[in-house]
Write a protein that binds this ligand. Sequence first.
Ligand code: NAD
Length: 269
Amino acid sequence: MSERVLSVVIVGARGRMGQTLLRAVMESDDMTLVGAVDRSDSPGLGQDAARSVGLPESGVVLSDELAPPRGSIVVDFSLPAATDGNIARCVERGVPLVLGTTGITAETRERLRHAGKQIPIVSAANFSVGITLLTQLAQIAARALGPDFDTEILELHHRHKRDAPSGTALRIGKAIAQATERDFERVAVRARDTTETQRTTEEIGIVALRGGDCAGEHTVHFLGPGERLELVHRATDRAIFARGALRAARWLADKGPGLYDMADVLGLG
Ligand code: NAD
């Protein structure tokens, strides 16, 4: 018996992630593209969604309206301003949602929680399976090593990145703080420039390096008496996020309503 083919609608299809997703869906054996959406002033509207970005013809026209067919699944990597409307469309049509858009507001988070009572949703600010695992491993390590080990997070990104430290470094720090019952906002130290103050035991240091073309590197250091442990993740290609999102889409296809994250997808939740 042939495997079920998953019908996918991509939102933000003209964007960097959207194009990576288009390619990944078109190259996969178990997925088919049934919709591609971008904003109303986007170039390429009304044209073949894949052709207009230099990929082979997909037979799907780029639209500015999200109308996912029943039985399909929406993968949204666009902008926070679009998220509320996209959640509403998915709920109306009873269609699962994989949401990768970052920077969503607390109100939108609340909407997601509410929508998760009606449809299955995976929302993650980082769909890399490696980062998801690194975050969990760092929690296990922090709990096991205890307060004798100081925690420092170092991240390195290309020179064009605007925000520092990275959202991922902050999330790893929060996860470690949560695992060891510390208040992250109180113990996080994002920069050091001092001649007087020593590090405290409970601090979680976060340091950002910027330069070159590095796609993203995160290292969690646990620095103890006589030994140290380093957990490292290196991203070399943004396709890892698309692969993770499509893995989440496959996983979500037979799930009931709920708001899930990447740890659930990997069976770590
Ligand atoms: P991008 O700017 O290249 O692409 C965004 C696309 O969304 C553009 O084509 C834009 O026209 C489109 N868009 C804007 N408003 C829209 C609307 N109302 N309806 C439909 N489409 C709309 O950005 P990107 O690098 O592709 O990233 C997109 C989002 O995904 C960002 O929020 C980014 O932070 C996030 N992201 C998440 C992960 C993850 O793992 N979760 C990884 C990479 C990027």
